[in-house]
Ligand binder design. Sequence first.
Ligand code: ATP
Length: 382
Amino acid sequence: MTTLGSEGAPPEGADADSAGPPAVELDGVTRRYGGTTAVSALSLSVREGEFFTLVGPSGCGKTTTLRLVAGFEAPTQGSVRFGGESVTGVPPEDRDVGVVFQNYALFPHMTVGENVAYGLQFSDPPGGGSEAARVRDLLELVDLGGMADRDPDTLSGGQQQRVAMARALAPGPDVLLLDEPMSALDAKLRERLRVQVREIQRELGITTIYVTHDQEEALAVSDRVAVMRDGTPEQVAPPRTVYREPATEFVATFVGDNNVLSGEVTAVRSSTDSDGGRGQSIADVTVDGTTLSVGLDGEGDRASAVPSGDRLTFCVRPERLTVDGDRNALTATVTSAEFLGETTRVHLDWDGRELLLRTEEPPEGTVTVGFDPDDAHIVGGP
Ligand code: ATP
């Protein structure tokens, strides 16, 4: 690959303030279409060089958010800023953004090279080189060196999508916007292409906002993820945080599988040996007559706000349930199992509730599963 850009993206979990200035900000942005609110009081700050992903179910406002950033839509309320400057009223072609949509729409009557050169129709090649050199460098960047003279319809879907990316990158935009760019491709190709997209983004160090409904894709490629619901993000955090410390029940169940349980707090106490460690803060939560221990250390502010008598909702990932575990033991019946290769997803019935277990060696019949209090994470409550 040819180096066309500068610094790489900040590492995952990098501090919001230290990792670079905000490249794109949305401040209290609402977008209504008649009676439909597509985006609702949305505030986000995307850092320079960051790979930032909007993920969420269909209709949650991802595409509208991207279109607001691109300038194809104007906010009903609120403002969009690039590098601290308002872009209200600035048309898309003057925003220095490159956009790649799901239907990448290459021109069939143009060669691959001509398609990429089309991206330069409104501007000269950045850096002052020739158009031909720019096209060659970009095709090398997207791993299609030597394919400039091919017709688009002789390329695979993944290759065509990379041509679309090269075209979007041709004028050297400050920000790259990708809207479900892989959704028309098959699963294996998507996995390969997402790695390539990430590599290209890192090589250029270009601020990128990526839209997908695929939570696995979002976790795999992003520096940070905004999990959207009903036009607003429920959590904005690095992938590991979103997975391990979901902020809400919606995030807990949208991002990966989860067991969500809700009950009444019957005691807040210090852990004993039988909890698997002494002196940690524990809430005893009674769920339908069964008392379960939920670790409060590491729960931040939420832990200090857990008085007895309140309802608490917490989650435990299926891979954190252990078979024959003696802590927080639940006796359940196996109802079905899905073999997924590396692990099996086992569906359990615990007193009429469905629990999920992920394990390499699936049990059958009646089974006792348990979990460490520290593997329970609070997602809602007092
Ligand atoms: P998907 O994953 O299905 O593409 P999305 O999260 O990208 O969904 P949006 O396309 O942003 O969601 O749409 C958000 C809401 O706004 C939806 O209810 C949609 O029907 C509505 N909406 C979007 N564009 C328009 C429009 N031009 N006119 C009317 N309603 C619209």
